[in-house]
Ligand binder design. Sequence first.
Ligand SMILES: [Zn+2]
Length: 325
Amino acid sequence: MKTKTKAKPTTRPRKPSERWPRFFSNMLAQLDVAGDDPVFLTKADIASDAKPYLSGFMNQGLLSEEFTNALACISCDAMAAILRTGAKGEKVSALCPCCGAVFQPSGKELRRWRADWNSLGEWIKVIAAINGEMEAVSPSALFLGHAAKGQERFEIYLARSLADQMTARTIYSAISQSMNGRGIVLSVAGNPAKIANLKMTIASLDECIVLTDAGGGFAWPEHVFAGKDQAKQRAGFAKVQNDPCQKQKENLKGFVRQKITGIFADKYHHKIAEEIIKKHAGQIAYTDRLGKKQQLSKRLILDAVAEIMRENGLDDWISGKKFRK
Ligand SMILES: [Zn+2]
């Protein structure tokens, strides 16, 4: 009887890369350090069950087929040069400069596939639907274009050699300088160095790229979009914690939240604000850091009321256009 091997309990979600063919992981690892040198794959690099991926990658522009111009000699350790003759270069022979052997290589032996840094960038643009013109911002970083999530637009960068802390710092700084809004950095290497810039988030390709028979697919991990909001929330929270005025505004919001379906129902927000100022002065009074009695400004009261009205789907009752989101 067959015994099933029990799957190990995993504490983390599986990364798409755990289903990548080995040649693809190897190729990315080489591109991560290759500089501007292309990476070549030969038949020997690609396991038979991984071959279906080749045509998908070629269709999507990641790989291009380029015939080799050198082959291992059949009779010595040197490399034999490939010679092409005939009108269209259709006659192929190999000549060893070392031992002088001449032999006929097979078509299969001559095939190899080329990938390079730019083709990787163009490929990710295609599979992740990133719009814009690709541009190098440093020898190790490409600006790929923009991607949208909801109302927000993100600048997308692809960077290599980020596993090394020192190199990563230089690259992040080059990206920061080119960035105008919010950025997402895609790292070729897994476990890239952490980013300090709050406007930038990072994901490694092994979190995003999913391979199918058709080639590559791309899925953005949710965390890359969350960065700024979290930072904003943290900053907002700290502000409320420390600022008596903001704290009182939050208290006022609580008060309005309770009353909005009661005594404030069916009122425009400026009417509610007026009513608060007239009848509920206790809700807008606070003591500032110097111990001085203060009152919330009209602007803050209007904002507090409008925020609660939005919360309750009463946007139509918000008058004026100066309301800050
Ligand atoms: Zn030879």
